[in-house]
Write a protein that binds this ligand. Sequence first.
Ligand SMILES: [Zn+2]
Length: 329
Amino acid sequence: EVYGGPIIATFTDRDLSLAGRISYKDDQNGIVSQLVTFDRPLLRLPNLAIHMNRAVNDEGLKLHKQNELPLILSVLADECLPQAYFSELMQQQSGCDAERILSWDLAVYDTQKGAFWGGNSEFYANSQLDNLASCHAALQALLDDAVLESGNTLVCAFFDHEEIGSESNKGADGSFLTDVLQRIALASKDNREDFARTLAQSFMISADMAHAYQPNFPLAYDPDHKVTMNKGPVIKVNANHRYSTESVSQAMFVDWCEQAGVPYQKYSHRSDLACGSTIGPITSARLGIRSVDVGNPLWAMHSIRESAGVLDHGYMIRVMKRFFGKLPL
Ligand SMILES: [Zn+2]
């Protein structure tokens, strides 16, 4: 099955592998889980040769999800059953007996390492920059020694399932963040009124990626809201609150950028195209916390190989440090 909304054609002819979690019975008959990654090219989706698909460059590469996406793993001998073969592979990789393995969540990923590119190496390319880049920036900002010494309660929340609507026990539409904040308040002997006041005084930066202007496709963008690579974090605005930004939260983020010496840009999607959403509106609504949606410029969102700007990543870390209460050096 296809998870979320990838640009499927970009998955062809790549050195794909598998990673995820398996669950199995241990010696005491308990169910335990283990992370597993095959860490080598294991699967492939070979393109059809141009000789059988002459129209591909004019009509684009279209792949039928049911019939044309199964990935090639091996050519099996007649007597070998596919399931048994796959169980054997999982056993080799996890060190766990095949007959003990009860279930697994495995997803395909690209084994190619990230790379810097451009005349001055000012860009970087990798898979899943949307949205691991913002997660990395936020964590870098939080783990700064001076930030950690601040007296405030600082939270970095990384949610699964944003690409599929966030409705799961660990997604932003689940109770996890509310529960954790409540438990922090309880551990501080706060009562319900204290907790409500805490939320009212809190602020959330919802950081995902933004669509950088790609000059070959000028018509894909609102001409007055183009954002440029390496010109700073982007404040994302949508009148129908697909992004959580409003004027007050926007002003606060602009102020933090200015204090941190970080340039910023503003983005609105073309009015005649549906824009994506983020966890911003969901989390802000659940908690009643004021929020702004921001993100760094990105090319090829949901391609297996996305690109972003090196400077922008540093800028994002700087402004997040400022947000967490510590002016950058
Ligand atoms: Zn996305």
